[in-house]
Write a protein that binds this ligand. Structure first.
Ligand code: OAD
Length: 252
């Protein structure tokens, strides 16, 4: 994979770097994306499965779908792209990762400077009292699960029509605004407000690099577009970053 010279130059001076990821980063781990020809939203109707109204109408159906996703993801492992993004916390002076993914694969790869915009599939939240619990049981002992207070537990993810967690969104905007390089990896850049983050970074003067095998509505505005799967492109980029680091060490 050829990395453009202009990007290598930007990498040389980069201290504050951030990335936004979407479902495509987990695609090579075997986790389905949402919008491609084999995407989840081609097989399932989001309004029947991923809205508060759907949960109120039929919590069992919603939970069956989340159980299916949890069991599928439990058998998947982080791929080279997740691992590189976790390593970048050590490669750069400051690295923050903002993700729309709820699959937990960034955590499992070791990312710690992580902002989860759409929640986490492995966390449950009481629809009544709001208490949260980490729960990685597959399958859950009972569907739909219940809280100690008697109300139903729901997946702690953001559904259509719901707002993003406020603190996570604030942090994501800060991260996009304050970085020098911003990577947009494996997202169709269609779902707001996450899709506005590359714009926030661009307007604040960052060099914005898109990593995606296909074009997106953001592609014409990216400073650099790297066409290919994240699990191929990010390791190639990481190699360049290591070489740049070694060169810097030798010259100092
Ligand atoms: P999408 O399914 O909309 O887009 C996935 C993107 O990944 C597409 O642009 C693909 O071209 C790209 N892609 C596929 N394979 C790839 C690979 N191996 N490497 C890199 N990129 C690849 O997923 P998101 O953009 O994450 O929201 O979708 C955003 C939100 O829409 C999700 O978080 C979810 C969904 O409805 C909620 O659940 C709230």
């Amino acid at each position: 994979m050829e990395i453009p010279a202009a990007l290598i130059e930007r990498l040389e001076g980069a201290r504050r770097v951030s990335a936004l990821t979407g479902a495509g980063v987990s695609s090579e781990s075997g986790v389905p994306t949402f919008r491609g020809p084999k995407g989840l939203w081609k097989q399932f109707r989001p309004e029947e499965l991923a809205t508060p109204e759907a949960f109120q109408r039929d919590p069992r159906l919603v939970w069956e779908w989340y159980e299916w996703r949890r069991s599928k993801i439990a058998s998947c492992s982080p791929n080279a792209a997740h691992r590189v993004l976790a390593d970048w916390e050590r490669r750069f002076e400051e690295f923050w990762l903002v993700t729309q993914n709820v699959d937990g694969l960034h955590d499992r790869a070791g990312s710690r400077n992580l902002v989860k915009l759409h929640g986490d599939l492995w966390e449950l939240r009481c629809a009544g009292c709001g208490v949260r619990e980490r729960n990685e049981a597959v399958p859950l002992p009972a569907i739909p699960p219940r809280c100690h207070c008697g109300n139903l537990l729901r997946p702690a993810v953001v559904w259509f029509g719901e707002s993003l967690p406020e603190a996570a969104w604030r942090r994501a905007v800060e991260v996009a605004r304050s970085c020098q390089l911003f990577f947009v990896v494996g997202t169709s850049a269609l779902v707001q407000p996450a899709a506005s983050l590359p714009w926030v970074a661009r307007e604040a003067g960052a060099c914005v690099v898109e990593v995606n095998p296909d074009s997106t509505p953001f592609t014409p505005f990216a400073d650099v577009s790297l066409r290919g799967p994240a699990a191929v492109v990010l390791p190639a980029l990481d190699q360049v970053i290591c070489q740049v680091g070694q060169r810097d060490e030798e010259s100092s």
